[in-house]
Design a protein around this ligand. Structure first.
Ligand code: ADP
Ligand code: MG
Length: 679
C-alpha cells in the first residue's frame, strides 16, 4: 500500500497528508507535539527493548524490569465492591513458567487481548507466588509483512498518548523513514562527518539501532544540530546588531574614577581590575558593549558596576541600573548616592512605589541623543530602579550604559526593552547565580562573558552545617551567643513562588513570634514580600544599624542584601530550596571579617531531599553547586519560573552536553565569519 496521497511531500508537510492519519490520529499526535513529518521523524523513543533476547518467565525478578514473551492461556475480568472496582488479568505461558499480568480498574483492557495471542510484556514482578506483574507494558505480536519492524530486533518504545497504539506509531515511523530518509539532509553548518554520523543516519539509528550502544552516538549528533540551530539564531542576531550600530564613546577619562577609587576604602581585587580592563576596552570600542559579568555572591560586582557607570558618566552620558527587587534597588541607591554624590553626580531612584529625584533640568535638555561633545559631565545622572524603569513615561536621555543586576531574574525581553530606551547603549548584565557554562552559552550566547573569580581578601569564611529540627534548641543557644558577641543573624523560611503567598506569610509570621521568644530580649525584625515598601525599608534600616539583631525573612533577601555584621544564618526547611538558591542565601553572610555560620535545618536527615544538601557542606564554589543543581533538578528549576528564554530540546541535555554546545558555537562562528567574507 502506498502510504502517501502525493509523491512530492516535504518533511514540513503536515502529518494529515499521510495515508492512514485521519483527524483522530492527527489530534493524538498533536498532543505529543507532532505536527509534521519531520516532527514524526524526530519523535524520540523513551526507551528501547531488545527483542532479540527475552527473559524466561521463570527468570523474572522483583528488582529488574525485563521483557518476556509468551502466549495468553487464560484471561478474565473480576468486578467487586458492587461493580465499582475491577481487576483484569491474563496468564502468560512461555514454556518455562506462567506469569499473571494484572490491571486494576481498567476493565476495557479485556478487549485488547484474546486467549491464544502472543504478547510481549515489560515490567518487574510484584509477587513471586504466583509470578505477577502489575500494569506491565504490553504489545501483541502480530504476524504479517511488517512483523519484522516490531520483533527480533531492538524496538523503540515511544512516548504515547491515550488511544495511540505503540505498534501503530512504530510502524508509521518505520515507513516514514523508508520514504523520507533521503530528504534528511545535512544542515548548515554541519559537523565533521568523521567525528559524527550523518544526520540521516543518526535519525535512523535513534529509532532502529542495531546495537544499543549506537543510540548515544546518534543522540549526540541530533543534539548537536539543535545547538547549532540555536547558535545560528544567537550569533546572527548579534552580527546583525553589530553591523547596524556604532558605539557611543564611553571610555571615560578617569577624572571621576580616580577620586572614587581613592575614597573607596579598599583596593580592587585582581579579578575586579582584570574585568574592568575588559569592560573599558568595550566601552571605548567600535561596537556597543554586550557583556555578562559573572561572579559568585560577595565577589564585589557592585563596585565593578560603579566603575563602569563612572566611565559612561565621565564621558557625559547617563546611566540606568535595573535591579529585580525594591530592596535591592534601594540598597544600590544608598550605596551609589554615598559614592557618587561627592563627585557631583545625580543619583535617582525609580521603583513602583517610590521616585526620589526629579531631573534638575527636566526635559529642557535639547541635546541630541548622540553628541556628547556639547555635554557637561556634571549634569550626568545615574537612574536606579526596578522594572519601573521600563514604563513608557520614564525617559532616559543620552543613555550611554544600561546595567542589569541579577540578570536571571529578568527575561531577555525586559533587558532589551530597557536597552531600546537609548540608541544602542552599552550593556552590562550581572549575575550571581553561577550559571553553568552550558546554560550560559545557551541563554547568554549573544553576550561576552567576564568572570570575577576571586573573593576580596580578609573575608570571614562561612561554615555550613546541617541539623535536624530536634536540635533547634541548641541552635538557638548558639545564635544567642553570637548575638551576645555583637553579631547579627538571619532566620530564613522557604517561600513557594516568586511572590510570597498568604500561607507563607502566615507561616513566617507565626515563626517570627517563636523567634522573638527564642531570642528575647534581643530585637527581631520581620521581612516578607507583602510588606509595603516603607515598612521594608525601615526594617532593613534598623537591621543595618544593628537596632534589631535578627531578621526573620522569606527567601526575599536572597539577592544582593549586604550587611557585613550579620554572620549567622539559620535556614528552616532547607530541603525545600534548590541548592543554587541556598548558596545565594548563604552569600548574605561571610561579608565581614568575622567567621560566619550557616545552619541548614531539615525535617528528616535521611531524606533524599536532604542528602543533596551535602554539597553545600562540602563546597563554597558556586559553580560546582549550580552544576549539581542542574543535574538534580534541571535548568527550569535552577533558573526559576521567570526564565523564559530557555529553549526546549528533544535531544540536547544542558547538564551533560557542554562539549557539544562549544562545538556548535565554533561551527557557527566559523560559518558566519566565512559567509561575511564572501559578501
Ligand atoms: P556581589 O558580587 O555579591 O554583588 P557586592 O558587590 O555586594 O558583592 O560586594 C560584597 C561586599 O564586598 C561589599 O560590602 C563590598 O563593599 C565589598 N567589596 C567589594 N570589593 C571589595 C574589595 N576589592 N575589597 C574589599 N571589599 C570589597
Ligand atoms: Mg550584588
Amino acid at each position: 500500500m502506498a502510504p502517501f496521497k502525493a509523491k512530492t511531500l516535504s518533511l514540513a508537510a503536515p502529518v494529515t497528508s499521510l495515508w492512514g492519519v485521519g483527524a483522530e490520529r492527527a489530534a493524538q499526535l498533536a498532543r505529543l507535539n507532532i505536527h509534521t513529518i519531520e516532527d514524526l521523524l524526530l519523535h524520540r523513543p523513551r526507551r528501547y527493548e531488545d527483542r532479540r533476547h527475552f527473559c524466561a518467565i521463570a527468570g523474572l525478578t522483583r528488582d529488574r524490569a525485563a521483557t518476556a514473551r509468551g502466549t495468553i492461556v487464560a484471561q478474565g475480568l473480576k468486578r467487586f465492591r458492587g461493580g465499582t472496582k475491577s481487576v483484569f488479568e491474563f496468564v502468560l505461558d512461555d514454556g518455562t513458567a506462567r506469569l499473571h499480568c494484572r490491571w486494576w480498574n481498567l476493565p476495557f483492557m479485556g478487549k485488547y487481548f484474546t486467549v491464544g495471542d502472543e504478547v510481549f510484556v515489560f515490567g518487574k514482578l510484584v509477587e513471586m507466588k504466583p509470578r505477577t506483574m502489575g500494569h506491565p507494558e504490553t504489545e501483541v505480536i502480530e504476524g504479517g509483512e511488517e512483523s519484522f519492524i516490531h520483533i527480533n530486533r531492538i524496538a523503540p518504545i515511544y512516548p504515547l498518548t491515550e488511544g495511540l497504539p505503540q505498534r501503530w506509531l512504530r510502524g508509521l515511523i518505520w515507513r516514514m523513514l523508508e520514504k523520507f530518509e533521503s530528504q534528511i539532509t545535512e544542515p548548515t553548518p554541519s559537523p565533521d562527518l568523521k567525528t559524527f554520523p550523518a544526520r540521516a543516519n543518526a535519525v535512523r539509528i535513534i529509532h532502529f539501532p542495531e546495537e544499543l550502544s549506537d543510540v548515544e552516538i546518534a543522540r549526540r549528533r541530533l543534539a548537536l544540530d539543535e545547538f547549532v540551530e540555536l547558535q545560528m539564531q544567537i550569533q546572527s542576531r548579534r552580527k546583525h546588531f553589530e553591523a547596524k550600530s556604532h558605539a557611543l564613546p564611553c571610555g571615560g577619562d578617569n577624572h571621576l574614577m580616580k577620586p572614587f577609587l581613592a575614597r573607596l576604602g579598599f583596593k580592587l581585587t585582581g579579578a575586579q581590575t582584570k574585568v574592568l580592563r575588559e569592560i573599558r576596552r568595550d566601552m571605548g570600542g567600535t561596537h556597543p558593549m554586550r557583556r555578562l559579568l559573572q561572579g559568585d555572591v560577595g565577589s564585589g560586582k557592585t563596585v565593578v558596576a560603579a566603575c563602569t557607570a563612572l566611565m559612561a558618566l565621565e564621558s557625559g552620558f547617563n546611566v540606568a541600573l535595573m535591579a529585580p527587587t525594591e530592596i535591592l534597588a534601594e540598597q544600590h541607591f544608598q550605596n551609589f548616592s554615598r559614592w557618587f554624590e561627592p563627585l557631583g553626580i545625580k543619583v535617582q531612584l525609580q521603583t513602583g512605589s517610590r521616585k526620589t529625584v526629579e531631573s534638575r533640568e527636566p526635559r529642557a535638555e535639547n541635546h541630541s541623543r548622540h553628541s556628547p561633545s556639547t555635554l557637561d559631565p556634571r549634569s550626568s545622572t545615574l537612574s536606579i530602579g526596578t522594572h519601573a524603569l521600563l514604563t513608557s513615561d520614564f525617559e532616559l536621555l543620552r543613555l550611554g550604559l544600561v546595567i542589569i543586576d541579577e540578570q536571571h531574574k529578568f527575561g531577555v525581553t525586559q533587558r532589551e526593552q530597557l536597552v531600546r530606551k537609548g540608541n544602542y547603549p552599552h550593556l552590562l548584565v550581572m549575575t550571581a547565580t553561577p550559571i553553568p557554562r552550558t546554560l550560559g552559552l545557551t541563554l547568554y550566547g549573544d553576550l561576552d562573558v567576564s568572570v570575577i573569580d576571586e573573593l576580596p581578601a580578609g573575608r570571614g569564611r562561612v561554615k555550613t552545617f546541617m541539623r535536624t529540627a530536634d536540635k533547634l534548641p541548641k541552635v538557638w543557644e548558639f545564635i544567642r551567643e553570637k548575638i551576645a558577641a555583637g553579631r547579627q543573624a538571619y532566620v530564613v523560611y522557604p517561600r513557594v513562588e516568586e511572590q510570597d503567598t498568604a500561607n507563607d506569610i502566615k507561616a513566617v509570621t507565626k515563626e517570627f513570634e517563636n523567634v522573638q521568644r527564642s531570642l528575647a530580649p534581643y530585637g527581631v525584625g520581620l521581612l516578607h514580600g507583602q510588606l509595603r515598601t516603607p515598612e521594608k525599608e525601615s526594617i532593613m534600616t534598623a537591621f543595618r544599624a544593628n537596632q534589631v539583631q535578627a531578621l526573620v525573612a522569606t527567601a526575599l533577601i536572597e539577592v544582593g542584601v549586604d550587611v557585613p555584621n550579620a554572620t549567622v544564618m539559620l535556614i528552616e526547611n532547607a530541603e525545600r530550596f534548590g541548592l543554587a538558591q541556598l548558596h545565594q542565601l548563604r552569600g548574605r553572610i561571610g561579608r565581614g571579617a568575622h567567621e560566619s555560620f550557616c545552619i541548614l535545618v531539615c525535617d528528616t536527615k535521611t531524606d533524599e531531599a536532604c542528602e543533596r544538601l551535602n554539597v553545600l557542606e562540602e563546597t563554597a564554589d558556586g559553580f560546582r553547586i549550580a552544576e549539581a543543581d542542574l543535574k538534580l533538578r534541571g535548568p527550569g528549576e535552577l533558573l526559576g519560573q521567570r526564565q523564559s528564554g530557555l529553549p526546549r530540546f528533544r535531544f540536547g541535555n544542558l547538564a551533560d552536553d557542554l562539549d557539544l554546545i562549544c562545538c556548535a558555537r565554533e561551527l557557527v562562528a566559523r560559518n558566519l565569519s566565512g559567509s561575511l567574507k564572501n559578501t
